[in-house]
Write a protein of this length. Structure first.
Length: 269
């Protein structure tokens, strides 16, 4: 609990203590990955609760252990959506339960900048703002997730991930929670919580960006840490292009009013 309090203090005002306080229920301890979280437990605007044990998010799952696979089985996770690119996923294939319904949904991921390009964009400024404001790949990337959410059998769970489990995965979670009517401030708190759950991995990544680049770690951290402004930028870009988030859902994800009603029925209690 002391670590959670310290984490909140360091990241305030970007994350709420309430989000981290229930991490004993939300975070699934895995040996071979990090930031594996249940998306349930949040209160919607109409007073309902997002169902526990149905939707999970994670970072790379290529190194899951046998104990981890037993956890997937226990939690009925037999459907997985992978947001990584074709080469990215081929370099580290998911290690999943036999018979898992696996879908690679790589839209936009094969054109992500490499380390050198990221460093240059950090120097120029606005790297993550540009990434989150690009609506071009969102429909193709997230349509498979929402179609699987609609089709998921009762008693089954779904998990989605990318490599770091923060950006592409964070955007997916934000859209899912929005669809269920979760308040914006809660969506943002869930999103930036990855800063805490990924801190050891982030620290290594940030440090690697300083070697021989002329960048100091504070500059890199400021540019790369998740902030509410980024997820707001995604929603703002969607509204600018489609007129509303609901129009985006209907046109790009195949989720109109009837489907939104069905999602709320399936994933809130």
């Amino acid at each position: 609990m002391k670590k959670l309090v310290l984490a909140c203090a360091l990241l305030a005002p970007y994350i709420s203590f309430a989000q981290l306080a229930d991490s004993s229920k939300r975070v699934v301890k895995m040996q071979g990955t990090v930031n594996f979280r249940d998306a349930g437990g949040y209160t919607t605007k109409d007073g309902k609760t997002v169902a526990w044990g149905r939707v999970y998010r994670s970072a790379d799952v290529s190194k899951l252990t046998e104990q981890d696979l037993a956890t997937l089985e226990k939690r009925n996770i037999h459907t997985v959506i992978d947001f990584r690119g074709v080469k990215e996923s081929a370099a580290a294939p998911d290690h999943l339960l036999p018979g898992t319904k696996y879908t690679l949904s790589p839209a936009g991921s094969d054109s992500l900048p490499g380390a050198g390009q990221i460093i240059q964009q950090i120097k120029e400024g606005g790297f993550l703002e540009k990434f989150y404001s690009n609506t071009a790949p969102l429909g193709e990337r997230y349509r498979p997730l929402f179609q699987q959410l609609l089709a998921l059998p009762k008693g089954e769970a779904i998990m989605y991930h990318c490599t770091g489990g923060r950006d592409r995965t964070g955007m997916a979670t934000a859209l899912f929670l929005y669809a269920l009517g979760v308040p914006q401030e809660t969506i943002e708190a869930d999103y930036v919580a990855s800063n805490v759950y990924l801190e050891p991995m982030n620290a290594r990544m940030f440090k690697s960006f300083t070697t021989g680049t002329g960048l100091d770690e504070q500059t890199v951290r400021k540019a790369m840490e998740l902030r509410p402004a980024y997820i707001r930028a995604m929603f703002a870009a969607i509204v600018t292009k489609y007129g509303s988030v609901e129009n985006f859902f209907e046109k790009e994800l195949g989720v109109g009013a009837p489907q939104l009603k069905e999602l709320k029925k399936k994933y809130t209690i």
